[in-house]
Design a protein. Structure first.
Length: 273
């Protein structure tokens, strides 16, 4: 009688199989990302190139002059509005921390813009971003000019730094509010997988009603600019005003463009019922 003395490998557990399936899904999502989100992927490459130019190619004084040249401050908006409106959102602010970059570039562009692009297409997503950036900049710059002339804001802000992608990105983050469905995911991996697909989570035992999740989401979007706000009496700095304007524009645009999604989710039964 033969005796099997070799090692026996224990069969994979359900958790192990689920983990492997999740890893495979992530790999497929990363592989398919450029094809499914061409505009977002191209914009991410542009942002990365801009950061490299600002931090690695240009020297300190040259980079400073370049930042001033592309800033949407009142002086530039009065003299070269089209140039700065197109150039400013190409370059992410280099003075932002790692967490801010992850939140704005990774979350705002990589996740939210991709979700919007898959729902309404590349052209309309670009239109939302560019319109939000232009309208918001016009509002913020007008407030800045008036407050500088009245002495509320520092005079140096007339031709100071004011560039970056955050106006357009915050509008995009607000615009996907109708797509935000059920939460809370059971694990960070399932969270990333579901958001990489449709910006809506699978139902879990801890799910919240969709309307509550959307309220939390939009509250976070509107609250984010106040984290770093400067106050001049009751008036916040004009960038904060710009961010709030962008969020309001994005929310309105999202509910207009995604009204079918919002209506569908409004009729979904709450998980507790």
């Amino acid at each position: 009688m033969a005796i099997d003395s070799g090692r026996h490998t224990a069969p994979p557990t359900r958790a192990s199989r689920a983990w492997r399936a999740s890893v495979a899904s992530v790999a497929r999502a990363v592989r398919d990302y450029p094809r499914r989100n061409p505009l977002t992927f191209a914009y991410l490459l542009v942002i990365l190139a801009g950061l490299l130019i600002m931090t690695k190619v240009l020297s300190g004084p040259t980079a400073d002059h370049f930042k001033i040249a592309i800033s949407t401050n009142p002086h530039n908006m009065a003299h070269t509005p089209l140039t700065v409106l197109l150039a400013s959102p190409v370059f992410a602010a280099t003075d932002s921390g790692v967490f801010s970059h992850l939140l704005i570039i990774g979350g705002g562009v990589g996740v939210c813009m991709a979700a919007l692009e898959r729902r309404i297409g590349s052209l309309r997503t670009a239109a939302v971003f560019l319109l939000a950036n232009s309208i918001t900049t016009a509002v913020a710059t007008s407030v800045a000019a008036a407050a500088i002339h009245s002495g509320r804001y520092p005079a140096k802000w007339w031709d100071g730094y004011d560039y970056g992608i955050s106006y357009g990105v915050l509008a995009i983050a607000a615009s996907v509010t109708p797509l935000v469905a059920r939460a809370v995911p059971s694990s960070p991996l399932s969270w990333s997988l579901s958001w990489s697909r449709s910006l809506s989570w699978s139902r879990s035992p801890w799910s919240l009603p969709p309307r509550i999740v959307r309220l939390f989401w939009i509250a976070g979007v509107f609250a984010y600019p106040f984290v770093s706000a400067q106050w001049f009496g009751l008036l916040p700095n004009f960038a904060t005003i710009g961010h709030e304007t962008a969020a309001a524009f994005g929310l309105a645009a999202g509910y207009y463009l995604l009204r079918g999604d919002a209506a569908d989710r409004a009729t979904e039964p709450d998980p507790e019922r």
